[in-house]
Design a protein around this ligand. Structure first.
Ligand code: HEB
Length: 448
C-alpha cells in the first residue's frame, strides 16, 4: 500500500464512497414519494392495506436515512480532505448549493420525525398525510441542490478567471448552468423509478415465497404502476440528457457512442467491442439513430471524438455503462408495461411466476442503472474535475495517508451495510404485514 499513486487512491476512495452513498441518497429521494402516494390512496379509499404499506415503508426508511446521514457526512469530509485544490478553487462557487442541500435535508428529517410519531394522532387521517409532503419536497430539493454542483463541474459558469483563481463569482448563475435542467430531471426521475422498482421487487419476492395476500397484491399493483410512470419519464429525461451532451459536452457523447468521425446521419451503436483500428465489431447498429438522439433529426451532424485532442478524450469503456443503463431502462419499461397489460385483461394472470421473477429482478437492476449512469457521467468528464479549468490530477491530495483512509472508509461501509441489512431483515421478518394488520385493524377481512 506504500507506493500507490495518491491520485489513483483519491479516485478510488471517492468512487467507493459515492457508489455506496448513492444507494441511500436515491432511497432518501424516492421512498418518501412512495410512502406519500400509499398513504394518500389509503386515506382516500379508507383502505387499511395502503395505510399499512405507508407505515411499514416509513419504518424501514428511517434506517436507510440514518446510513445516508453517515455516508453523506463522509462525502463532505472527503471533499476537503481528498480534493483540497478543488475545494480551494471552487469552494466559494458551490458553497451556496452545498449549504442549501444540508438545509433541505434537515427540513426533510424534521418532518420525517413528526410524520413517524403522529400516526393516529390526528382526528382526520388526511392531516397526517399532509405531513408527508414536506418530506417528499425536502428529499427532492436536496437532490436538486446537490445535482447543480455536479452540473457545475460539467459545464462551469458564473465566474471569471483571474490569476488562476475564480473571481467575480455569481453562485446563482453557477447553479443554473447548462447541465442543470437535464441532470436534475434525470436524477429525480431515475430515483423515483428505482425506489418504485425496489419496493415492487420486495412485493414480488414475498409473493413468490408464499401465497399472495391482498396486501402484497395491492403493494405490487401500486409499485409497478409507479415504476411504469417514472420509467417513461426517465426515458424522456435520458433523451434530454443525450441532447444536452450533444450540444455542450459532445466528447462525452462521442466516447460513449464510439463516434469517432464527425458525420451526418450517425448510427447508434450498442455493445460490441473495438478492434485495433478502433472499428466496432459485433455491435448492434441502429442506422442514423444517434443523429436523432442528439438533435431530433435523423440527418443532423454529430461531433466525433476526432475533434478533441487526445489528452481530453474520456475513456472509451463508458460505452458499456451507457448501453447497460439504457438496456435496463428499456427492461423496466417493458416489464412494468407487461404487468399493466396483463392486469387489465381478466383472463390473464398478472401474478404468474415468470413475471414476478422479472419484477423481482427490476429492483436490483434499477440500482445498477443508477450506478452505471453515474459512472458514465463522471468518467465521461475525465480528465476534468471542473471541465476546461482543472483536472482531477491537479485537484487531488498528495497526502501519503490516503491509502490508510481508503481502508478505514471501506471498513466503515462494510459495517454500515451489514448493520443496515441485518436491522431491516429483523424489523420485517419478525413482524409480517399480515399479523400487524390484524393487530391494528382487527375487523379487517382476511384477504387471499
Ligand atoms: Fe441515464 C446519466 C441517458 C436510462 C440513471 N443518462 C445519463 C447520461 C445520459 C443518460 C446521456 C449522462 C448525462 C450527463 O453526463 O450529463 N439514461 C439515458 C437514456 C436512458 C437512460 C437515453 C434510456 C431510457 N438512466 C436511465 C435509467 C436510470 C438512469 C433507467 C436509472 C434507473 N443516468 C442515470 C443516472 C445518471 C445518468 C443516475 C447520472 C446523473 C446524470 O444525469 O448525469
Amino acid at each position: 500500500m506504500m507506493n500507490v499513486d495518491p491520485v489513483l487512491m483519491s479516485r478510488l476512495i471517492t468512487t467507493m464512497t459515492l457508489g455506496f452513498h448513492i444507494i441511500f441518497a436515491t432511497l432518501g429521494v424516492g421512498i418518501p414519494l412512495m410512502i406519500s402516494i400509499a398513504e394518500f390512496i389509503g386515506v382516500k379509499k379508507k383502505d387499511p392495506h395502503y395505510r399499512m404499506l405507508a407505515r411499514r415503508w416509513a419504518r424501514g426508511f428511517v434506517i436507510t436515512v440514518a446510513v445516508g446521514v453517515v455516508t453523506g457526512t463522509a462525502i463532505g469530509l472527503q471533499l476537503s480532505l481528498v480534493w483540497p485544490e478543488f475545494m480551494q478553487v471552487a469552494g466559494n462557487v458551490i458553497s451556496l448549493p452545498l449549504f442549501m442541500e444540508v438545509f433541505a435535508f434537515f427540513f426533510e428529517a424534521i418532518f420525517l420525525g413528526m410524520y413517524l410519531y403522529t400516526w393516529d394522532r390526528f382526528k382526520k387521517p388526511f392531516t397526517h398525510w399532509l405531513l408527508s409532503l414536506p418530506v417528499v419536497i425536502g428529499g427532492g430539493l436536496s437532490a436538486i441542490f446537490i445535482t447543480t454542483v455536479n452540473a457545475f463541474m460539467n459545464t462551469p459558469e458564473g465566474f471569471t478567471m483571474a490569476n488562476g483563481a475564480f473571481a467575480a463569482v455569481n453562485p446563482i448563475t453557477a447553479m443554473f448552468n447548462p447541465a442543470t435542467p437535464s441532470k436534475v430531471f434525470h436524477v429525480l426521475t431515475s430515483a423515483y423509478v428505482t425506489c418504485a422498482a425496489i419496493l415492487a421487487a420486495i412485493s414480488a419476492f414475498m409473493m413468490l415465497r408464499k401465497k399472495a395476500s391482498d396486501y402484497h397484491k395491492k403493494a405490487l399493483k401500486l409499485t409497478v404502476t409507479v415504476t411504469f410512470i417514472f420509467a417513461s419519464l426517465t426515458a424522456i429525461a435520458g433523451d434530454l440528457s443525450a441532447k444536452f451532451l450533444a450540444e455542450h459536452q459532445s466528447e462525452k457523447l462521442a466516447a460513449a457512442e464510439w463516434h469517432f468521425e464527425t458525420e451526418k446521419g450517425a448510427d447508434l451503436i450498442m455493445f460490441g467491442w473495438l478492434d485495433e483500428q478502433n472499428e466496432p465489431r459485433y455491435e448492434f447498429r441502429f442506422p442514423k439513430l444517434l443523429s436523432f438522439l442528439a438533435h431530433s433529426d435523423f440527418n443532423s451532424e454529430v461531433t466525433g471524438l476526432e475533434e478533441f485532442p487526445e489528452e481530453v478524450r474520456p475513456p472509451l469503456w463508458i460505452h458499456y455503462m451507457f448501453d447497460l443503463m439504457t438496456a435496463i431502462g428499456i427492461f423496466l419499461l417493458a416489464v412494468s408495461m407487461l404487468y399493466l397489460i396483463l392486469s387489465k385483461v381478466k383472463k390473464w394472470n398478472e401474478h404468474n411466476k415468470g413475471l414476478l421473477i422479472l419484477i423481482f429482478l427490476s429492483g436490483p437492476l434499477a440500482f445498477l442503472a443508477i450506478e452505471f449512469g453515474w459512472i458514465l457521467a463522471e468518467e465521461g468528464r475525465q480528465p476534468w474535475i471542473i471541465r476546461g479549468y482543472m483536472t482531477v490530477e491537479e485537484a487531488a491530495t498528495s497526502s501519503p495517508y490516503i491509502g490508510l483512509m481508503f481502508w478505514l472508509f471501506l471498513g466503515l461501509y462494510i459495517v454500515l451495510g451489514t448493520l443496515c441489512t441485518v436491522t431491516l431483515r429483523k424489523m420485517f421478518r419478525s413482524n409480517p404485514a399480515e399479523e400487524e394488520l390484524e393487530k391494528l385493524y382487527p375487523t379487517i377481512e382476511k384477504g387471499d
